[in-house]
Design a protein around this ligand. Structure first.
Ligand SMILES: C[S@@+](CC[C@H](N)C(=O)[O-])C[C@H]1O[C@@H](n2cnc3c(N)ncnc32)[C@H](O)[C@@H]1O
Length: 194
């Protein structure tokens, strides 16, 4: 596909998927931001081949369709979430993710609503972010969505090893959604940090 067609193409796909599967959302609510803005931009700009989505709820099952034809992995600690995962689903604590993947594996990692929603212990958090840093490919993108800093982000070593990424459609490296206090932060891994 011509490069200039990628953005409108994935925007169209997102619009269709949202219309088909999603409940009505207000513009710039957390899920609207993720599905209408973040996913299409990442698909168009990064063309990710291998993706990891951490934490899966029923309302996310259709996310598999955004990444059709790509190698999408999902992980959730709760065995009951298996049915909402991708074809490649792991039931485990995300802090164990390095058991399954070698360094520099993923083009795109999403962890939304898990920090503070089960990923709560400092040691477990540090292990998880170290692993995310390691399994992300150089120049890959990590999208981190959360509500509260249950521990200060500046104390998370794995996160500090990543570099903030300027997410152009949301005008910066961080975006505060209009509902609650949900925010997204965007990171990349510099090639020198591999
Ligand atoms: C509030 S839901 C958010 C799910 C989803 N990622 C989203 O965007 O809304 C939290 C999910 O993370 C899972 N989870 C919580 N702690 C986890 C952990 N340590 N490892 C893997 N999954 C975890 C829960 O089982 C649940 O499915």
């Amino acid at each position: 596909m011509f490069t200039f067609l990628r953005a409108p193409y994935y925007q169209l796909i997102a619009t269709r998927l949202i219309k088909k599967h999603a409940y009505k959302r207000k513009a710039f609510e957390d899920r609207d931001v993720l599905e209408r803005i973040i996913f299409p931009y990442i698909l168009a700009k990064f063309n990710p081949k291998k993706i990891l989505d951490i934490g899966r709820e029923d309302y996310q099952e259709f996310y598999n369709e955004f990444f059709r034809g790509r190698e999408l992995w999902t992980i959730d600690i709760d065995p009951g979430k298996l049915e909402f995962g991708s074809l490649h689903h792991i039931t485990d604590d995300v802090s164990n993710i390095k058991k399954y993947f070698s360094n520099n594996s993923f083009d795109f990692i999403l962890m939304n609503g898990v920090f503070g929603w089960g990923l709560n212990q400092r040691e477990q958090i540090n292990k998880t972010f170290d692993a995310i840093h390691d399994i992300l490919k150089p120049d890959g993108i990590f999208v981190f969505g959360f509500n509260d800093d249950i521990i200060p982000l500046k104390e998370i070593e794995g996160l500090k090893k990543l570099s903030p990424f300027d997410f152009k459609p949301l005008s910066g490296c961080s975006f505060n959604c209009l509902n609650g206090n949900h925010k997204y932060k965007f990171y990349t891994k510099q090639a020198r940090n591999t």
